[in-house]
Design a protein around this ligand. Structure first.
Ligand SMILES: Nc1ncnc2c1ncn2[C@@H]1O[C@H](COP(=O)(O)OP(=O)(O)O)[C@@H](O)[C@H]1O
Ligand SMILES: [Mg+2]
Length: 256
């Protein structure tokens, strides 16, 4: 870590004893555990323009959520902006991602129990009252499609213009909007003591279409009926149709 960053970081976290690069890294960032006198922090650093913007959003979302205390997420401590990078500081949370927990699970029963718990956490999120500071004026899906178009034009996505045109022409009928995570894969929730307890990577948390979360959530076991029914034992809300799943998981998600 460069000297300048270290100085700024110390102002937020105090004397630093050790820095551990985490085994599990994300796709948009570099994550390190910072051990200090006061405890343990997570330093999440991004370097590319698109991901730096997401990181700043994540900081704003965490700050607002910490004030409302209704959704389980890490505690926000600060953001540091440097010339070529941005750095978010939050609480280091014990636990492993659901993706790792599922890989480590010894048997089907354990896996189903984890997936049920994931369904329940997402159910609670979608049933949470709208947090006004995260509410929006414009339709979430319309805004996502505009963002996707900007990414296509600036070459910041693998999604194609043809796919985008299809998504614009075939929007699903709208549904009541709820609080959503916005990138609700098994990589972005943490498991502690056999339960899915906490959302991480919350840059996209806002008021939007719950079918997006649901589709991304079931994506890694969508062809396994047993796992899918375990999910819906916890997620006692609307079930996405195959068409909706395709629209969100294989369509919209391609651009993000
Ligand atoms: N607050 C936290 N406490 C502990 N580990 C975390 C925390 N936030 C993220 N991680 C770890 O860092 C990894 C990457 O974080 P994530 O926010 O998902 O980054 P990306 O946006 O690059 O996907 C996660 O998979 C998780 O293992
Ligand atoms: Mg992630």
């Amino acid at each position: 870590m460069n000297k300048q960053l270290e100085v700024k970081l110390k102002k937020i976290v105090g004397q630093i004893h050790r820095v551990n690069v985490l085994d599990e890294q994300g796709c948009t960032s570099e994550v390190r555990q910072i051990i200090t006198d006061n405890g343990s922090y997570l330093l999440k650093s991004s370097f590319e323009e698109k991901y730096r913007e997401w990181l700043i959003n994540e900081a704003q979302v965490l700050e607002k959520l910490n004030n409302s205390n209704q959704i389980p997420v890490p505690i926000y401590y600060g953001i540091i902006e440097e010339r070529d990078s941005s750095h978010l500081i939050m609480s280091f949370e014990n636990g492993i991602t659901l993706s790792s927990a599922l890989k480590k699970a010894k048997n089907k029963t354990e896996k189903k129990s984890l997936i049920r718990s994931f369904g329940h956490l997402l159910y609670c999120l979608h049933e949470t009252n709208i947090i006004e500071s995260l509410n929006r004026k414009n339709d979430w899906l319309v805004e996502q499609l505009i963002k996707a178009e900007n990414y296509v034009e600036s070459g910041q996505t693998e999604g194609s213009l043809e796919l985008l045109q299809q998504l614009k022409l075939n929007k699903p009928l709208s549904l009541e909007q709820t609080m959503i995570h916005g990138d609700c894969t098994t990589d972005n929730v943490l498991v502690l003591d056999g339960e899915v307890r906490l959302f991480i990577d919350v840059a996209g948390m806002t008021v939007g279409d719950p079918r997006y979360d649901e589709s991304l959530a079931i994506s890694s076991f969508v062809n396994n009926e047993e796992y899918k029914s375990a999910f819906y034992e916890g997620y006692k809300r609307y079930k996405v149709s195959n068409e909706e799943f395709q629209y969100f998981d294989e369509g919209l998600y391609e651009f993000f």
